[in-house]
Structures are given as structure tokens and as C-alpha cells.
Design a protein around this ligand. Structure first.
Ligand SMILES: [Zn+2]
Length: 261
């Protein structure tokens, strides 16, 4: 079993690897197989559990079409963290092509820029929904420190969402298109894949227990007032204040770690 101090998310182009101990099997058979495993390998576009690694041995979890030999997939993930801090954008370009979105015109219209995914993310505890929260390493450290400082002031900060991949964002679009929405309609509420600050692992959606997630009413909470006064001390800033230059809806819950001086 992996030691908790070794917990991380290894981020590849089509697949990622996460500590099996942090996740639940969706059937008894999968849960049993996961119990002794170190790593769980997932398909990034649909989140499907693909394979397990235990003490260096790899095995598939199901017998669905095998796009690639398992050893190749694992080597790709290892190479990904050894060769660079960020994934190359090639995969993102094909995702945008599939959706028929021109990255360049979207970028000039919104003033937003490409955001690449880190190849390695740190474990920052669990979010409101008990899901593992993954963040860029320094962001994870400062988020936990900030949450602790807020707690000392009797203010509960709760993470709603941290790192999200390009493939995950593209999946949101695919589901909305399937429900009959147009790309233009979706772009009014969701950033195009590749342009969300969540791809960097440095953005966090924050709420407080008892409040709905991602609602403007968060601005009236004690948690928001605390963040307004102290978040900058921990390197966090509000990305989309009211009437921001990007034309993005006011998001009092969305904070970005830009570092401290
Ligand atoms: Zn957000």
C-alpha cells in the first residue's frame, strides 16, 4: 500500500493514476481488487476505472476494448512526470476541434489564455462531497494553511472543487450538447476547455457548510468576508469580481493561488 505521504495524482494525456486507497470500487469485485492495490488508473474523459497497479504489477479491471497495452499506458504516465511539469497542449487541440471551438478566436474574445495541466498534483484532503481534492503542490499547502487559519477565527472554509482536466471540461460540454444546448449557450456559463483556471490546479471553488455551492449569495457569508480580508495573505485572489474584464459572471466562490511575495 502507498504511504499517505506519497499520495499524488499522476496526470497523463488520456489517463491518470491516483492512490487506490482514496477511492471506492463501484462494485464489490472492484472494491476487493482495489483493497490491495497502490494505484488506480482512470480514463480522464469519463472517469472510468481502467486498471490497478500493486507492487509494480499491473492489471486491467475489465475486459472492455483495450486501446493500449497496459505497460505502455503506465510508462506514459511515468514519462509524463519525469519529462515535464506540464502536459503538452496537443490533446487539448483535438478536444477543441471535436467541439468545433476555435481556441484563438475564443482567446481574443475573452482575453483569457491557454492553461496547461500540471503532470503532478498534490492531495489536499477531501472536498465537501468527500471526493479527494487535488491541487498544485504550493496551492495545496497554502489552501490547508488558510483553511486552518480561518478555523481559528471560527470560520469554516470548505472546498467544492479544485483541479479539473481539459478532458473533464470537454465532458461537461459533451453532456450539455447531448441535452440540446448550443456551444454558444454553454460558453456563457462554462469556460472553453483549456481556458479554465481549474486546469492549473491553482484554482479553488470555496463555500462554507450549509450554503449552496457556486451561488452568488456566498458573498454575504462570514467565510467570504474572511476571505476578502485574509486570502491575499496566503496568496489567493478572487478571479472574477463583479464586472470583470473577461465578461465572466461574478464568482465570489472562485479563488486562485497566485503566490505570495
Ligand atoms: Zn471555479
Amino acid at each position: 500500500m502507498l504511504h499517505p505521504s506519497d499520495y499524488c495524482l499522476i496526470n497523463g494525456n488520456g489517463y491518470d493514476a491516483v492512490p487506490a486507497a482514496l477511492y471506492r470500487g463501484r462494485s464489490n469485485a472492484v472494491a476487493r481488487a482495489m483493497a490491495g492495490a497502490d494505484w488506480l488508473i482512470r480514463n480522464k474523459s469519463d472517469g472510468r476505472y481502467v486498471a490497478l497497479a500493486a507492487r509494480g504489477a499491473l492489471r486491467y479491471l475489465h475486459t472492455l476494448p483495450r486501446a493500449e497495452p497496459l505497460a505502455t499506458l503506465w510508462q506514459d504516465l511515468q514519462r509524463s512526470i519525469q519529462s515535464s511539469d506540464e502536459l503538452p497542449p496537443d490533446h487539448l487541440f483535438s478536444l477543441l476541434d471535436e467541439l468545433g471551438i476555435s481556441g484563438d478566436s475564443y482567446a481574443s474574445k475573452t482575453g483569457l489564455s491557454w492553461i496547461l495541466e500540471p503532470t503532478l498534483l498534490s492531495y489536499a484532503g477531501r472536498d465537501r462531497y468527500r471526493r479527494p481534492l487535488w491541487l498544485e503542490t504550493q496551492t495545496a499547502k497554502l489552501w490547508l494553511r488558510m483553511q486552518h487559519a480561518a478555523a481559528k477565527d471560527q470560520t469554516a472554509l470548505q472546498a467544492i472543487s479544485g483541479f479539473r482536466s481539459h478532458a473533464y471540461q470537454a465532458g461537461i460540454f459533451a453532456r450539455k450538447i447531448a441535452r440540446g444546448l448550443t456551444i454558444q449557450q454553454i460558453l456563457t456559463v462554462n469556460a472553453a476547455p483549456g481556458f479554465s483556471e481549474h486546469h492549473s490546479g491553482r484554482a479553488l471553488d470555496i463555500s462554507t457548510p450549509g450554503l449552496a455551492a457556486a451561488e452568488e449569495s456566498f458573498e454575504h457569508s462570514q467565510a467570504f468576508e474572511w476571505l476578502t480580508r485574509h486570502a491575499a495573505d496566503f496568496g489567493f485572489r478572487l478571479s472574477y469580481p463583479r464586472d470583470n474584464i473577461h465578461g465572466i459572471t461574478y464568482e465570489p466562490w472562485h479563488w486562485y493561488w497566485q503566490g505570495t511575495d
